[in-house]
Ligand binder design. Structure first.
Ligand code: TRP
Length: 328
């Protein structure tokens, strides 16, 4: 049975937080069923961060090590860095010829980001406008049919499909399949203060941290603000610890809910139990991460071999593309 093909990428923002972990865990599962290509997309990082690139390399390596520590397996998936496979850039160029400007200008993420990032950073650039074309190139250069993404990426994927339809129509060939999004049922963990988890809010929990730092974060989790004394009954539905228990401590959820509602357990004790469960889950990942850090040569080998495999696949696609565009 021919396997479906997946490409997915992530902008290298450095060490991942446990909110990302469910995304990577989902990729880890998909490795079994699909032929997968995964890449930190460093060129995409430049679209908004071209001025200060001092952390780009380090962020890319940190992200890769987190991927490998969580369980992406270079024996199963092709793992590489986007900018190491120049074919993405060539296809980006060719697709930019056929993509109408109006499609890019009306892309909702483009309009939003121009407003949000607009102050301070100048992202009125050709590269930033072309973000979705580069993303289409990432996917199409492997003729991937399936793309695991979050909901926020759906407009980009719609654009990729429009780009495919137009390309196939203009050159009268079925060169590319229309890539379909694969939305996972991933529950987004909130930050410790209940807002969206983000490094910039300082409310995140890194995948790799010390047990003490983890405890520090869990201890700061926002619980039911109405529960002032230990003897007050609490409402788990408004408590961040409860949300985390549903992921990390599922077996104890009914008991904890009961204890919370009847003031049978204090928040401190409840948090300690959660931290212990999280440590249980994260410890093997911390160990693998530590091993990888001691062996950067291994990570470099992985991405070198990955880029080689990726280039071969991408090269085959570009041979076809050049042919239908009469470039050779
Ligand atoms: N735009 C994606 C994000 O911000 C990252 C990305 C770049 C991507 N190229 C991709 C995701 C191709 C899936 C497929 O999350």
């Amino acid at each position: 049975m021919a396997k479906g093909r997946i490409f997915s990428g992530m902008r290298p923002t450095g060490k991942l937080h446990i909110g990302h972990m469910s995304v990577i865990t989902n990729w880890v599962r998909l490795q079994e069923e699909y032929q997968c290509f995964f890449a930190p997309v460093d060129w995409h990082a430049l679209t908004t961060g071209y001025e200060d690139t001092s952390m780009l390399q380090e962020n890319t390596m940190d992200m890769l090590m987190d991927w490998l520590a969580v369980g992406l397996d270079p024996e199963k998936s092709t793992i590489f860095i986007q900018s190491h496979v120049k074919e993405h850039a060539e296809l980006n160029l060719l697709l930019s010829m056929t993509t109408p400007l109006s499609w890019l200008e009306r892309c909702p993420t483009y309009k939003e980001q121009l407003q949000q990032l607009g102050e301070g950073r100048d992202i009125r650039t050709y590269g930033f406008l072309g973000y979705p074309v580069l993303m289409a190139a990432d996917i199409l250069v492997y003729r991937a049919d399936t793309v695991p993404v979050g909901e926020d990426q759906l407009p980009h994927l719609e654009l990729s499909r429009e780009i495919v339809r137009r390309f196939n129509y203009i050159y009268q060939q079925e060169v590319f399949p229309e890539p379909q999004p694969k939305l996972a049922k991933i529950s987004m963990l909130p930050g410790v203060d209940k807002r969206k988890m983000s490094k910039s809010y300082n409310n995140d929990i890194a995948i790799t941290l010390t047990a003490e730092d983890l405890w520090e974060r869990v201890r700061n989790m926002v619980t039911d603000p109405q529960r002032i004394r230990k003897t007050d009954p609490g409402d788990p539905e408004v408590c961040v610890v409860h949300t985390y228990n549903k992921i990390y401590n599922i077996d104890e959820v009914p008991e904890r809910v009961e204890q919370c509602k009847t003031a049978g357990i204090g928040c401190f004790q409840c948090k300690r139990a959660l931290a212990d469960k999280m440590i249980e889950v994260l410890e093997p990942i911390w160990e693998r991460r530590a091993q990888l850090e001691q062996n950067p040569g291994y990570v470099h080998e992985v991405i070198a071999a990955g880029a080689q495999k990726a280039r071969k696949e991408a090269g085959e696609t570009l041979d076809i593309v050049r042919e239908v565009m009469k470039l050779k």
